[in-house]
Structure formats: structure tokens, C-alpha cells
Design a protein around this ligand. Structure first.
Ligand SMILES: Nc1nc2c(ncn2[C@@H]2O[C@@H]3COP(=O)(O)O[C@H]4[C@@H](O)[C@H](n5cnc6c(=O)[nH]c(N)nc65)O[C@@H]4COP(=O)(O)O[C@H]3[C@H]2O)c(=O)[nH]1
Length: 800
């Protein structure tokens, strides 16, 4: 059927309207008319519509069926939102209205479509937004309930159900107050009122059933800007609360624990200490937090304990052990510590926890017991047990270091008489006095022990010679020879001392004790208050040395020293321009004593300084005498010992003497042995430099015997090397000596030093030395050391 022109014209008027119009026959559903707008909206041409079934427009079958159903039922469709699919696959939303009508006697469906895609899109966006918000709210673990002023629930999220213990679907529209326990409602009601009245956020904690909630209530604006809604946020804090309670319990337990607890981070910074820690250490929490536990270090715990601790902890294991720490007030305390690493879920150590039991009292008791077991109760001195231990230990060290040990056995000479006559109390008092005197006479490094009764033992480990031991024994004898005041009586006790030496007399404790005891009996037999060595040779030697030292002490005051001078000759010119000053001791008892014998004793007993100064002064004095006598241009080489050389006053003293006697620096030379220079090379360099600064020349004696470090030799400001006599001896026949002398000459040449060969005795030696390039010589071949007066004559004769 085609529509009459007047009808289509009429309908065509609607072409420009926003409404699309189609007319279809009810009979067969064929479209008989579409206006232009209809074609625009549907994206079809009139030809694609007219003559075709109207249902073609519906790409979606379900929708089409629905439209047909409605048309059958009601005969029309009013303003339905329908989604159409265009032939190109795109879709659009339209408001669809279909009405039945009669056109030219034919029943038709008039359809109006109006594109509402934009509105639909906006609606969808709103819906999507709402769904998103809903999803977000539902995914929140906090419950959110929106109520109005009357308490009517307007909305709530899924998590809010736990707050009400009911499914959230039932609740909107109902009163919140009907769904909460009595105890909660009144307080919450007041909260809601406050939020609405003042716009404040109100917080609270509520127990609902077995659960605990943190509640926050906030004012919410409605769409028209009225403040009549309250959002109630509820957070289930039951678990947190329980954990908090648990932690509090643990903290209280830690705080009240009888043991000190300390927690540090992985770097050792203290994060927690409990009350016991504060009590024991004396440090407050604030004073230790953030600091390292090292602040407790006392220096009394052996280093190996800390090494062991860190090895253990860094390996992830728990360490247990004893530590001696220092409290804030400086006192020491002992702890038995258990230190464990604390790891996180990944097994990484984040903290260390130390649980420490104070064991100071136990330690003190232990130490007291040990002290009691190892010390004599009366005198407080080590007893036999400790003595034995110390001697064992000393023997070990002495073996390692190649040292000697002196063990002295002391027996008081008149103790029994005191005890029997004045009683035990006086006897005990006497023993205490003896112990004190021994303690004061000896060095801290020496051991003094009491064996029991009136027997004491002294152990010395630092001494040079047996004469030094004899000296100590003398000192002890002198100290014990002093009278002791006992119960109003002056008592002389004295002691007999027996001395045994390791390793000479014995190499273990028992044999040394036995030998010292034997020697002590010998001393008793000799007459009391004396000492005796176990080895009688040593006895004589030590006594002899002691006597020599004693005599040496008086020699200076008694004017028993004299200087001899030995010329140093120039082989090329035959001229003597320098002499070596050599000391002589004319002892009334011993005759002439060789310096080789008494100089070492003087060095050991410190007499060398006095003797050394005398030699220097005497040399200067002699130079002045020679000058007066017209003997000028002579230089004196003075031997200076090691001890004297390192004395700070040496340079000033030499300067003073030169000024006093009018001696020029070029007239004085200092002779040092190679070992003196090499003993402390750095200090030697310093002192030599100062000597050089005042113009004094220095020569090294005995060169070649002391293993000089060549690198040092280069740095030392020395002028002359003296080739030792041992290399000069038979140099013309002994190739070894010849090689050494030639090497020393080469060295001196390279270091720009001059050479003096010592102890030249034969013509052969002289010829060899001359050919080797050695110019200056000294020895019996030219002259023996002689007194000053003789030297003047000798020199005059030589120059004649
Ligand atoms: N066999 C032999 N010997 C020769 C010959 N020419 C010299 N002598 C001896 O060799 C020693 C040289 O002195 P020294 O090496 O410094 O060795 C000196 C020196 O180290 C020390 N001394 C001497 N006087 C002093 C002094 O005033 N102070 C210091 N600290 N030590 C001194 O005592 C050591 C011994 O002195 P002396 O007995 O006087 O012995 C002297 C001297 O008499 C020779 O051709 N053949």
C-alpha cells in the first residue's frame, strides 16, 4: 500500500523535527512510510525501510519480541526506552511510541522514535559512578552507615553488617537505634546530635556483642546542601585491642622481670631496656636509648668473649656467656647474658634481644672463694697453690722469651723465739709486718707468697744478671733487718734467703723450690740474715760483682779514675791529630781494673751516667791543659755509653763543658758503639742531629759487629766509622777479614764518612790497610793508651 500524497506530505512536514516517524501496515508489518528524521536516526535509506518489515529495525530479538508482545497486549507502546541496532552494527537509544491508527481504511502502526542516546549515556555514567562508589564502599573493611537526624538508615556498605550483626539488605529505611544494643544507643544518639548541631566529628569506642568498635561520626551534606545526615564509620578493633592487651601484658612482664632485658636494632642501637636494666646499670632509659651497648663495656671482659659472641650472633645463633660490665657510677657488675637475634618474616635479623641475669654476687662469692683458696688468710699474700701456678706460668713465658727466673726461699731467723716468748698474736703481727715489708721492697710484677709458718717465697722474672738478684736479696735483708715493734718490744728478726735460678738450677717448680730451700739452709749456716745462691759459683760471681759495684760507687769520690789516651795516626803523614780517651780504674784493692770489666757493671747499676760525665769533663779539662801547654790542634774522642747518649741533657752538658774549658767543637768527638745507635735508631737520629748542630763529630765504634740496618746508616748523621779490631786482626792473611774491611771502606766512601781502623798491631796489617785505602789507624803498633803527661812527650818525640 502506498500512502496518498496528502498524507505523506503531511507526515513529511515532520522531516525536520527531532522525531522520526514510520508507518507500517498492521496486516503484514511492512513499512509504508518513513520520514527523513527516521532515516537519519536509524541510519537507513527510505528504500531500505519501505516495503520491508518494521521488525528489521530491531537487531536485538529479545527486544523485538517484547515490543510485539506489548503491541499485542495493549495495542500500543507508550514512550518506551528501546535500544536499536543499526545495520552497520552501531546502536542508539530511543524513546519509542507506537500507536494503532487507520489510514485509508487500512490498520497501521504509527511509530515515533526520538534519539535519547546522549541522555542514556549520561544516565549510564551516573549509574556506573554509583556502582563504582558502591563497590568501593563495599570493599572497605570499615563499616559505613548513613543515617538522618531521626536515625533512619539511608545507606550502608557491606562491612557495616558486622556492626549490626545483620545482613545489610534489611536495614535501609530502618532505625539504627533499633539495631544496636541499649548500652550503645544512648551514647551514640548524643554523638549524632552533636555532629548535627555543631558539625564536629565525634569519636567513640563501643562494645557490640563480643566485638569492639572504634566509631567516627561525620556530618554529610545532602544534595540540596542541608546538613542533615551523619556518616557513621565503624572499625572492628577487636583483634587490635586483643593484641594491644597481649602486648601490654608482655610489656608488664618484661618491665617487672627480675632479669635485665635490652633490645637493640640490627646495628646495635638500643631501642628498649626494662626496669631491671635501669636498676642494675644505673642508666636511665633516656640515657641509653639510641646508644650502643658498648657504653657498658668495662674492659674487664676478655676480647675473645666478644669475638665469640659476634661470631655466634652473626651466624644467626643465640649466644650465652658471662660479661663484666661497668655501671654508670663506675662500679663493675657481672651478668650471665643470653643474646638472640630477632628475625622478620623473611628471616632477616632486625633486632637483638639480650636477657641478662645479674650474677655479681655469685661472682664475688666465687672470687672470694678463689681468693681464699689461693691466698694466705693472715697476710693476704698468695699461698703455695697460687705460687705454684704463677711459677708454672712464668716458666712457660721464660722458655718462650729466653728469660731467666729467680726464686728466693725466705725463712725468718728469729720467728720461733718471738712466737714462743711473746705469743701467737705477736707472731701473727710480725708475719704481717714481714709481708708488708716484702711487698714494699719488691716490684708489682714480682710475686711474694707465704708458704705457711715463717716461710716466704719471692719470684722475680725481670732481671739482667744474678748480681741484680743478689741486690734484691740484699734489699730484702736490709728491710727485714729493721726492728719490729711488737707488744712494746723492739724485735730483730732477719731472714735467711736461698736463691735458685731457672733454667740453671731447675726447670720446674718443685726442683726450683728444693734448690732454693737447700740454698736457704746454706745461708742459715753461713750466719743469719744473709743470702745464698744454690749454685756456689754463682754465689761467688754475684758476690764479687756486688762488691765490685760497691767499690765502683766509691771510686769516683775517691778519685780512683784516670784517663789514658791512645793516639790515632795518619798513615800518609804519620801525624797524630786525634786521640781516644780510655778510662782506667786504679782500685786500691784490685789494682788496675779493665774498663771492659767495670763499664758493663756501671751500665747495669746506673753508675755509668756519673762516670760518663766525669770522662767528658776530664777530657775537656785535659784539652784546656794541653792548650795551655801549647799542644793545640788535638782532638779527643770520648766513649759515650748508650744510657748516657740517650739522656736529653747530653748536648747541653757538652756545650756547658766546652764553654767552661774553652774547648772548640772540632776538638771533641763522641764515640758510640754500633749497638747503642741501633738500639733506638729514631731517637739516635734525633740526638745525633742535635750534636751535629753544635758542631760535635760522632764516630761509630766496633763497626761491623752489630748488624746495622743499612737504610738507617744512610740517615744517621755520622762522621767516622771505626773498623772493629776483630776485622783488623791478621787482615793481611785472612781473606774474610780483608773482604769485610774492603766492604766497610766502600760503604764509608759511599756514605761520605771517614774510617779509623782499630787495634792495628803488625806491619802486615798496616801495609794491607794502607793499600786498601784506610788512612787513619789506631793500635799498639803505634802506641798503647797512655796517661796525658806521657802523651805530650810521645807526640813531641813523634813529630821530631
Ligand atoms: N789488643 C789490642 N787492644 C787494643 C789495641 N789498640 C787499642 N786497644 C784497646 O782497644 C780498646 C779500644 O776501645 P773501645 O773499642 O772503645 O772499647 C772500650 C770502650 O768500649 C770501653 N771504654 C773505655 N773507656 C771508656 C769510657 O770512658 N767510657 C765508656 N763508656 N766506655 C769506655 O771499654 C772498652 C775497652 O777499653 P780498653 O780496655 O781501654 O781497650 C781499648 C784499647 O786499649 C791493639 O792494638 N790491640
Amino acid at each position: 500500500m502506498s500512502l496518498p500524497a496528502e498524507i505523506t506530505d503531511f507526515l513529511g512536514i515532520l522531516d525536520e523535527s527531532p522525531i522520526g516517524v514510520s508507518v507500517s501496515r498492521r496486516r503484514d508489518g511492512q513499512v509504508v512510510f518513513v520520514n527523513r528524521r527516521f532515516c537519519q536516526v536509524t541510519g537507513m535509506t527510505p528504500d531500505q525501510c519501505i516495503g520491508h518489515p518494521a521488525r528489521r529495525l530491531f537487531a536485538d530479538d529479545d527486544q523485538r519480541r517484547e515490543v510485539v508482545r506489548q503491541l499485542k497486549e495493549a495495542g500500543e507502546i507508550a514512550d518506551a526506552d528501546v535500544k536499536f541496532f543499526r545495520v552497520d552494527g552501531t546502536s542508539f537509544w530511543s524513546v519509542l511510541t507506537i500507536r494503532s491508527a487507520s489510514l485509508n481504511g487500512e490498520a497501521v502502526n504509527l511509530a515515533w522514535i526520538y534519539d535519547v542516546s546522549k541522555r542514556k549515556q549520561a544516565e549510564q555514567t551516573i549509574l556506573d559512578g554509583k556502582a563504582l562508589i558502591r563497590a568501593m564502599l563495599d570493599s572497605s573493611t570499615d563499616g559505613i552507615v548513613l543515617v538522618n537526624a531521626a536515625g533512619t538508615i539511608l545507606a550502608l556498605n557491606a562491612a557495616a553488617s558486622s556492626f549490626f550483626e545483620k545482613k545489610s539488605d534489611d536495614l535501609p529505611g530502618k532505625s539504627i537505634w533499633d539495631h544496636l544494643p541499649e548500652a550503645v544507643t544512648s551514647s551514640m544518639r548524643r554523638g549524632v546530635e552533636r555532629v548535627l548541631a555543631r558539625g564536629e566529628t565525634v569519636e567513640g569506642h563501643y562494645a557490640i556483642g563480643a566485638r569492639l568498635f572504634d566509631i567516627h561520626m561525620h556530618l554529610v551534606d545532602n544534595a540540596s546542601g542541608n546538613h542533615d545526615r551523619v556518616a557513621v564509620f565503624s572499625r572492628d578493633v577487636t583483634q587490635i585491642h586483643q593484641r594491644r592487651l597481649q602486648l601490654r601484658k608482655l610489656e608488664t612482664a618484661l618491665e617487672q622481670a627480675p632479669v635485665a632485658v635490652m633490645i637493640t636494632d640490627a646495628q646495635g642501637a638500643i631501642e628498649y631496656v626494662n626496669r631491671a636494666f635501669v636498676l642494675v646499670s644505673g642508666y636511665s632509659e633516656d640515657e641509653v636509648l639510641g646508644r650502643n651497648p658498648r657504653l657498658l663495656k668495662s674492659g674487664e671482659t676478655v676480647a675473645s668473649v666478644f669475638r665469640d659472641m659476634w661470631q655466634c650472633l652473626s651466624g644467626g645463633a643465640t649466644w650465652q656467656g658471662e660479661l663484666c660490665n661497668r655501671a654508670k657510677d663506675g662500679s663493675l657488675f657481672w651478668e650471665y647474658a643470653t643474646i638472640s637475634p630477632i628475625r622478620d618474616d623473611d628471616g632477616v635479623t632486625t633486632h637483638y634481644m639480650a636477657v641478662k641475669e645479674n650474677i655479681t654476687q655469685r661472682k664475688e662469692t666465687e672470687q672470694q672463694l678463689v681468693h681464699q683458696a689461693t691466698h694466705d688468710t693472715l697476710t693476704g699474700l698468695p699461698n703455695r697453690l697460687l705460687l705454684e701456678d704463677r711459677v708454672h706460668h712464668a716458666i712457660e713465658v721464660a722458655k718462650r722469651e729466653g728469660r731467666r727466673i729467680g726464686l728466693m726461699f725466705l725463712d725468718l731467723d728469729r720467728f720461733k723465739i718471738v712466737n714462743d716468748s711473746l705469743g701467737h698474736v705477736a707472731g701473727d703481727q710480725l708475719l704481717k709486718v714481714v709481708a708488708d715489708r716484702l711487698r714494699h721492697t719488691l716490684r708489682r710484677s714480682d710475686t711474694v707468697a707465704r708458704l705457711g709458718g715463717d716461710e716466704f717465697v719471692v719470684v722475680l722474672t725481670h732481671f739482667q744478671s744474678s748480681s741484680e738478684l743478689a741486690e734484691v736479696a740484699e734489699k730484702i735483708s736490709t728491710a727485714l733487718d729493721e726492728p719490729v715493734e711488737l707488744s712494746g718490744h723492739k724485735v730483730h728478726v732477719g731472714a735467711s734467703i736461698g736463691i735458685a735460678l731457672f733454667p740453671e738450677d731447675g726447670d720446674d717448680f718443685n726442683s726450683l723450690m728444693k734448690d732454693a730451700d737447700t740454698a736457704m739452709y746454706r745461708a742459715k749456716q753461713k750466719g743469719r740474715n744473709t743470702f745464698c745462691f744454690y749454685d756456689s759459683n754463682m754465689n761467688d760471681e754475684a758476690l764479687d760483682r756486688l762488691k765490685l759495684e760497691e767499690a765502683l760507687r766509691h771510686a769516683l769520690v775517691r778519685g780512683e779514675f784516670q784517663l789514658f789516651y791512645q793516639p790515632q795516626v795518619d798513615l800518609q803523614t804519620g801525624v797524630t791529630s786525634s786521640v781516644e780517651a780510655l778510662i782506667r780504674w786504679n782500685s786500691p784493692e784490685r789494682g788496675q781494673v779493665s774498663p771492659a770489666l767495670f763499664i758493663p757493671i756501671a751500665e747495669e747499676s746506673n753508675l755509668i751516667s756519673m762516670i760518663g760525665w766525669w770522662v767528658l769533663e776530664e777530657s775537656c779539662r785535659q784539652l784546656a791543659v794541653w792548650r795551655e801547654a801549647g799542644l793545640t790542634g788535638i782532638k779527643v774522642a770520648v766513649n759515650v755509653s748508650g744510657r748516657q747518649f740517650l739522656n736529653h741533657a747530653l748536648v747541653e752538658c757538652i756545650s756547658d763543658l766546652m764553654t767552661q774549658y774553652g774547648v772548640l767543637p772540632s776538638q771533641l768527638e763522641i764515640e758510640l758503639t754500633e749497638s747503642t745507635v741501633m738500639a733506638e735508631p729514631d731517637r739516635a737520629i734525633e740526638q745525633l742531629t742535635r750534636l751535629r748542630e753544635i758542631g760535635i763529630q760522632v764516630s761509630v765504634d766496633d763497626f761491623g759487629t752489630g748488624y746495622s740496618s743499612l737504610s738507617y746508616l744512610k740517615k744517621l748523621p755520622l762522621n767516622t766509622i771505626k773498623v772493629d779490631r776483630s776485622f783488623v786482626r791478621d787482615v793481611n792473611n785472612q781473606s774474610d777479614n780483608a773482604a769485610i774491611v774492603s766492604a766497610i771502606l766502600g760503604l764509608a766512601d759511599a756514605l761520605d764518612m771517614s774510617i779509623v781502623a782499630e787495634g792495628v798491631e803488625t806491619e802486615g796489617e798496616e801495609i794491607h790497610l794502607k793499600e786498601a785505602g784506610c788512612i787513619k789507624v789506631q793500635g799498639f803498633r803505634y802506641a798503647k793508651p797512655m796517661p796525658a803527661e806521657q802523651l805530650a812527650t810521645w807526640m813531641q818525640r813523634e813529630t821530631m
